[in-house]
Ligand binder design. Structure first.
Ligand code: NAI
Ligand code: MG
Length: 360
């Protein structure tokens, strides 16, 4: 039986990085006989331009029917002035929520070849391999009410809401503990329980889930301290589990430990491990159309797809090995460039990974 992969390139650099990831996916598909069938659709601004909405019903149906989804990135200044309810980012939030993709895995791994590319001292980041588990379908990005009003005195006012239910916390905590079990049995739960009621519940529920995982060493940390510790001594962490907004911010921060956000892939999984895979970065309008974006985060997202949705461990490993070989060859996009390396564009980087993968 063939497996259906839905490709959503999105906006900005999305189509550029996706073209390279698709080349890699196609090579893996034939080399490892994966039986994948690829189809393409639009999400975000591209969907708004084509369908008038950032996520069309027919696209959502295709996403539901697919075995896995590969996404580029959405958003850009072109859509800044449209109705906020139709912004590209709303399409992304909707597909995550409609598909129940609550478990977002964001590994931040420093490739040894990139020790010079990180803005942190090599001894602080060398050997870094952490996993941020971010709750993806709850919290402040989805909470209601969320609105803008005008007060009686004419002043503008807006509010967001940060809700978490016990079951939402429980299921993401379990993902955190499960990941800790297959790694180094160390989990740090990040919250703001000294201030927020939602975080107090979060901490309580994480403690309850911990009873089922006696082997895992659990710690709790306030998010502001976690931000500090991530740059002070990131290797104290192994798996971190946190809410939607904290995870968004901390994973961008963690990306800099690895050299660039252009290196960070992600998996977003539902209860059955059906997944959507995407780089952690956005559509990078500042460099879109220039052919200089780093495609490795998206290529590594393909590897995560093979690993998590299809248990194709050999193919997933091969893609990571191909990426590592290309870095060994000294090829670097601008965001990870350091002395003595050769600067390449998006396509050349993708071609190099394809060549390495073919030769493995
Ligand atoms: P961004 O992640 O797009 O860019 C931040 C910085 O990182 C920029 O300087 C950009 O050039 C650089 N960068 C990002 N990806 C790169 C890559 N692959 N190679 C080299 N450099 C890279 O975040 P920003 O600028 O805050 O947001 C731009 C748009 O993307 C906004 O509309 C935002 O809402 C959207 N966004 C979408 C996301 C998604 O689709 N998952 C996630 C984050 C932002
Ligand atoms: Mg982000």
């Amino acid at each position: 039986m063939s497996k259906q992969i839905l490709i959503l390139p999105g906006d900005g650099i999305g189509p550029e990085i996706m073209a390279e990831a698709v080349k890699v996916l196609e090579v893996a598909n034939s080399k490892f006989n994966l039986g994948f069938e690829l189809s393409f659709d639009d999400l975000g601004g591209a969907a708004y331009d084509r369908y008038g909405v950032p996520l069309a019903d027919e696209t959502l149906e295709r996403a539901r029917a697919a075995d896995a989804i590969l996404l580029g990135a959405v958003g850009g200044p072109k859509w800044d002035t449209i109705d906020p309810a139709l912004r590209p980012e709303r399409g992304l939030l909707k597909i995550r929520s409609e598909l129940g993709l609550f478990g977002n895995l964001r590994p931040a791994i420093l490739y040894p070849q990139l020790a010079q590319a990180s803005t942190l001292k090599p001894e602080v980041v060398s050997g870094l391999d952490i996993l941020i588990v971010r709750e993806l379908t709850g919290g402040i990005y989805f909470g209601k009410p969320r609105e803008r009003t005008t007060l009686e005195n004419g002043e503008r006012m807006a509010f967001d809401t940060l809700p978490y239910s016990e079951s939402e916390v429980r299921r993401i905590a379990k993902v955190g503990f499960d990941m800790a079990m297959v790694r180094n049995k160390k989990l740090c739960s990040v919250d703001k329980a000294n201030v927020l009621a939602s975080s107090q519940l979060w901490r309580e529920v994480v403690e309850e889930v911990a009873k089922d995982y006696p082997e895992v060493e659990l710690s709790h940390m306030y998010v502001d301290n976690a931000a500090m510790q991530l740059v002070r001594a990131p290797k104290q962490f192994d798996v971190m589990v946190t809410d939607n907004m904290f995870g968004d911010i901390l994973s961008d921060q963690a990306s800099m430990l690895t050299g660039s956000i252009g290196m960070l892939p992600s998996a977003s999984l539902d209860v059955n491990n059906k997944g959507m895979y995407e780089p952690c970065h956005g559509s990078a309008p500042d460099i879109a159309g220039q052919g200089i974006a780093n495609p490795l985060a998206t290529i590594l997202s393909v590897s995560m797809m093979l690993r998590y949705s299809f248990a194709q461990v050999a193919a997933a490993d091969a893609i990571e090995q191909a990426v590592s070989q290309v870095l060994d060859q000294g090829l670097r996009t601008g965001d990870i460039l350091s002395e003595g390396c050769r600067k390449v564009g998006t396509v050349e980087m993708g071609d190099a990974v394809v060549a390495a993968l073919k030769n493995l």
